[in-house]
Structures are given as C-alpha cells and as structure tokens.
Design a protein around this ligand. Sequence first.
Ligand code: NCD
Length: 344
Amino acid sequence: MRSNPRDLASAHLLGIADLLVSEIERLLRVGERAARWLAGEAPKSDVLRGRVVVLGFLEPSTRTRVSFEIAGKRLGADTINLTGGGSSLDKGESLLDTVWTLESMGVDCLVLRHARSGVGNDLAPRLERMSLVNGGDGAHEHPTQALLDVLALRLRGVSPGGLRVAIVGDVAYSRVARSDLFLLTALGAHVTVCGPPSLLPAGLAGMARAPGSIAVTHDLEDAVSGARVVIALRLQRERQEAGLVPSIEDYVRGYQITADRLERLSPGALVLHPGPMNRGVEIESRLADSPASLVREQVTAGVAVRCAVLERACRAGEWATPAAARAQANVEAVRAFAAAREAS
Ligand code: NCD
C-alpha cells in the first residue's frame, strides 16, 4: 500500500524539533529492537519489500549515507543513490523539479542531505506521496544523528532523563549540536555547551525543550566537570579558513577532549563524536580508541535508528500521529526553527 497524502506529516522526518516526545520514544524503541535484530546472523526482512528509497546525498557523507543504505537493504527496500554530479541537477534542474520527478516515479522515501538549512521544510509541503527524511541540512538539523547518539547511550544503559551532558566545539555551524540539543533536553537532559566565543552563537539557552536545560560556558573545565557524557564536535576546517579559529594550537589547548582531562574532571564519563573525527584536534586519538569512547557504537546504532526511521517513512499509516498533536508539534517546530535561526 502506498502512503496516502494524509499520513505524510507523520512520515517526514525534517528535524527533532518536529517530533513529539511520544514519536521520539517510539523511534528509539523500534531502534532498540532493530539493534538486537541487526546483531544477529545476516539479518534480512521484507518489512519494506517493494518500497523504493532514494538516497540523495548532495554533500559528502560516509556514515549517514551507507547506514541508510544498509538499513534499507536489511529491511528489503530497493535503494538507489543519487548524487549531485551526474544527475540533472548538474544541468540546472531545480531541486524541486528533481524531487517531483522522483515522486512521479513512485519513490516512497527520499533521504536528502543538502547544504541549505531548512531545505526539507520548504520541500515537504509540496509532496503528496513521497516522504522526506533529513540526512543533514546545512547548519540546521541532523535528526538521525541525534537519535543514534541517544540510542548508543541507551544501549550502554545510560538514559537521558536527568543526564549531565557537555557538548564541546564548533556549535555555531553544527547541525548535529542543534538536533542533540533539541533531543537531549526534550528527554530531560541538562546540557552544557562549550567552545570559544567565535564558535558559540548567541541564544543557545533558548533552544532547550522542557524538561531539560541548556547552559553555556567558554571554560572546558566548567563544562566537563560532573558530566556523564561529553560530545566532541568536529572542528570544521572551512571555519578555520574563515578565520573563526585563530590557531589550531590554541583550540587544542583550550578545548581538545583528552583522556587525562576526562579522568581528572569527570572520571567514568563517556565520549561521543559524530564523525568524521579530526584525531588530535577536537579529540585525542588515544581517547577515541579507549573504552570511554562510544564512537564505534554510535555508528552501529546508526543503522538501527535508520531502520526505525525508514520504517516510519515508508509505512506512514501505521505510525500516524493524531492531527491535533501533529499541529502542536508543528507549532513547536516553527518556534524552535526561529530560535535556531536567531542563534546562528
Ligand atoms: C556530521 C555531519 O555531516 O553533519 N557527520 C555525520 O553525519 N556523522 C558531522 C560533521 O560533519 O562534522
């Protein structure tokens, strides 16, 4: 059965800000089940047999693209890769025409990674049958990364309610940080965001969703002391070229997450990094490979989360959220989008 237009609002995944806590919980529950299933021998099901998923990655990606493809294939969907180069986008076709073309061919779900913030929010209302999943849009959101971060923690027995988390690094440009902030606070975590002033936008505290909270500091010791979880963000080289980080050496001295710092400030804390890592810049290489690091478990959890997200995206009818609750979620999302824009 094709998804019908009414169900699409509950099939798109544009950002964490769009999701109700009940939807988040369901995705994590299904993701947890998928993680157990994926750990078995050669998992293969036909839950999505006959569904077509296009992976439109118009920006570089390793983990996100490949894990969506593995998730789709494990669930029996047909997956097709579309890149900017070699497609009609190269000939100047608009993104909307490209997206409509895919919809007209009967594609069930498009996973889109794009440099423009909010691109999915523009496209989604123009779609009638095809669902849209945000694989990372500019500096806006990366919802499946946040979901996999929380799933990786849960699989280690760490739940976000009341959790103290530090997010360190290039927050201003990070879609991962935004989605993590929305998700972790919605689930009750208390997050301290930390980085040099040039990489921390104003207004971050206003992005917190109840019952969690967000505090901001430029001092790494403040942020990491007492944190159970530290999320290191990639220092984006393009930012350094723009002069926002005067010197890598200063950054490393002030903000690199190292095994010694962690041991001293917050013994037993876990470290996450969305990848790709700059070893020796935002994270000490030795720490990235230590038992405190969840980096590889994050990648594994990513396949499971994407199984849940694709199931929701392709079988919307079974995941539909009541219209009133959906309308409320949309109001919240608009508020969060405005707050995020103000913060950037
Ligand atoms: C991130 C991204 O592309 O937003 N990577 C990822 O998807 N795991 C983070 C980054 O590039 O810094």
